[in-house]
Design a protein around this ligand. Structure first.
Ligand SMILES: [Ca+2]
Ligand SMILES: [Ca+2]
Ligand SMILES: [Ca+2]
Length: 179
C-alpha cells in the first residue's frame, strides 16, 4: 500500500521482463507437446507477447475483446473465494499463484526465484488495480484497468490484439506521453 512511484516503475519493468522470459521459456520447451493445449500463461506484464501469453486462451494468436473480457471476468470470479463480490489482496494473489503453479507444473519446473518475483509482482499489481486504496478490488476497478490494458495492447485499434499490432513505443523514451 505504501508503494512509491519510482519503485513502481522498476517493478513494472521487471514484470514485463519476467513475462517475456516466461514466454520465451515456454516457447523453448519443445519436449512437452502438451503445452499446446495448456491454459493461458499467468505471467503478467506489459507488451504484446505478455498480453497474448496471458489472454490468448485458445492459443490462436488472436485476442478479441470478448475473449479478453471473458477471461478477466472468469479470473475475477474464480479469485473471489469468499464470494463477497470483491477481491482482497490475498484472494487476488492466490488466484494468480494458482495459475503460476499450474504453469510451472506443466513445464516440469520447481518454484524458483522468478516464481517468488512473480508473486511479489502480483502484490504490486493489486496495489495498482485497487485505485481507491480500500484494499478491495472491485469489478469496476478491474474493468477500468482492463479497458486501458486492452487498448494499449491493441495498438492498431481494430478491437483485436494479435501479432498484427505494431509494438508500442517504450514509454521511457518519450517524456510526454499522451494522456
Ligand atoms: Ca472476495
Ligand atoms: Ca478498491
Ligand atoms: Ca489490433
Amino acid at each position: 500500500m505504501n508503494i512509491t512511484l519510482p519503485q513502481h516503475r522498476s517493478l513494472r519493468t521487471t514484470l514485463a521482463l519476467t513475462g517475456v522470459a516466461l514466454l520465451l521459456g515456454a516457447c523453448a520447451a519443445p519436449q512437452s507437446p502438451s503445452t499446446a493445449a495448456a491454459p493461458a500463461q499467468p505471467a503478467g506484464g506489459h507488451g504484446q507477447s505478455a498480453f497474448l501469453g496471458s489472454y490468448d486462451g485458445n492459443r490462436d494468436g488472436v485476442v478479441p475483446r470478448a475473449e479478453y473480457d471473458a477471461i478477466r471476468k472468469q479470473r475475477f470470479e474464480a479469485g473471489d473465494t469468499n464470494r463477497d463480490g470483491v477481491l482482497n489482496e490475498a484472494e487476488y494473489v492466490a488466484e494468480f499463484e494458482q495459475r503460476l503453479k499450474q504453469q510451472y507444473f506443466s513445464e516440469g519446473r520447481q518454484p524458483d526465484k522468478a516464481y517468488e518475483g512473480s508473486i511479489k509482482q502480483a502484490h504490486v499489481r493489486f496495489a495498482i488495480l485497487d485505485r481507491d486504496r480500500d484494499s478491495k478490488l472491485s469489478r469496476e476497478e478491474d474493468l477500468a484497468v482492463a479497458d486501458k490494458t486492452f487498448k494499449s495492447a491493441d495498438t492498431n485499434g481494430d478491437g483485436v490484439v494479435s501479432r498484427n499490432d505494431p509494438p508500442a513505443e517504450p514509454r521511457a523514451s518519450g517524456g510526454n506521453a499522451a494522456p
